[in-house]
Design a protein around this ligand. Structure first.
Ligand SMILES: Cc1cc2nc3c(=O)[nH]c(=O)nc-3n(C[C@H](O)[C@H](O)[C@H](O)COP(=O)(O)O)c2cc1C
Length: 188
């Protein structure tokens, strides 16, 4: 697949087959991430792989968070937890915080690039992938930070969910429309 085909066919996939993701494939994704561009080669990313027993603990954490956040929506809590249960592997990705705000921002941008690289690599490896920040992503809740045991100088950027894609979802998501670049571009 060339880069344009890869970009065109990449999709957010949120449903997965009941099948483990091989360690080698997870490592390939992490390797792809570390190839991303980054300012002054600070390589500001760290990855926290959550699977197996750690994922069971994460489910409990997500359950507590969602119950607090949506006390009147038990169905939403239930369906969200089901998503976590059905996801074979999750990776929390952080960015190094530096004394200068501008440097920290650049680090965050680099980590976003790294996540996108993983996303494309997942596509190449026939894996489904989604970057989550809201809901079960827990990115904006400090509990996730504590859960992964990250030091204070790391900022949570994303939680990525990975698994072999549910074929139906893959098919449905195939032809998602994008606004043409002409409507988003000013030529000066
Ligand atoms: C920074 C970021 C945060 C996102 N957070 C979520 C999320 O919390 N939950 C979710 O289901 N999808 C999330 N997504 C995935 C987007 O919803 C998805 O990429 C968008 O709908 C476009 O679809 P596509 O990726 O299939 O082209 C996120 C994507 C990005 C880049």
């Amino acid at each position: 697949m060339n880069v344009f085909e890869l970009l065109q066919s990449r999709r957010a996939i949120r449903n997965y087959e009941n099948k483990e993701v091989e360690r080698e494939k997870i490592e390939r994704l992490l390797e792809a991430a570390t190839l991303a561009p980054n300012d002054r080669m600070r390589e500001p990313w760290s990855f926290f792989v959550i699977q197996g027993e750690a994922k069971t603990r994460y489910e409990q954490l997500a359950f507590e968070y969602l119950q607090e956040r949506f006390p009147t929506k038990p169905h939403l809590v239930e369906s969200s937890i089901k998503v976590v249960k059905q996801t074979p592997v999750m990776i929390a990705v952080t960015s190094d915080i530096l004394p200068k705000e501008a440097d920290s921002k650049d680090n965050e941008y680099a980590v976003c690039c790294a996540i996108h690289s993983m996303w494309l690599a997942a596509q190449e490896l026939n894996l489904g992938f989604v970057w989550r920040t809201r809901g079960v992503g827990l990115v904006h809740d400090n509990r996730l930070h504590k859960f992964i045991g990250a030091p204070e100088n790391k900022k949570m950027i994303g939680m990525v969910f990975i698994g072999y894609p549910d074929k139906k979802e893959l098919e449905e998501e195939k032809n998602k429309k994008r606004t043409p670049f002409k409507e988003k571009t000013v030529w000066l």
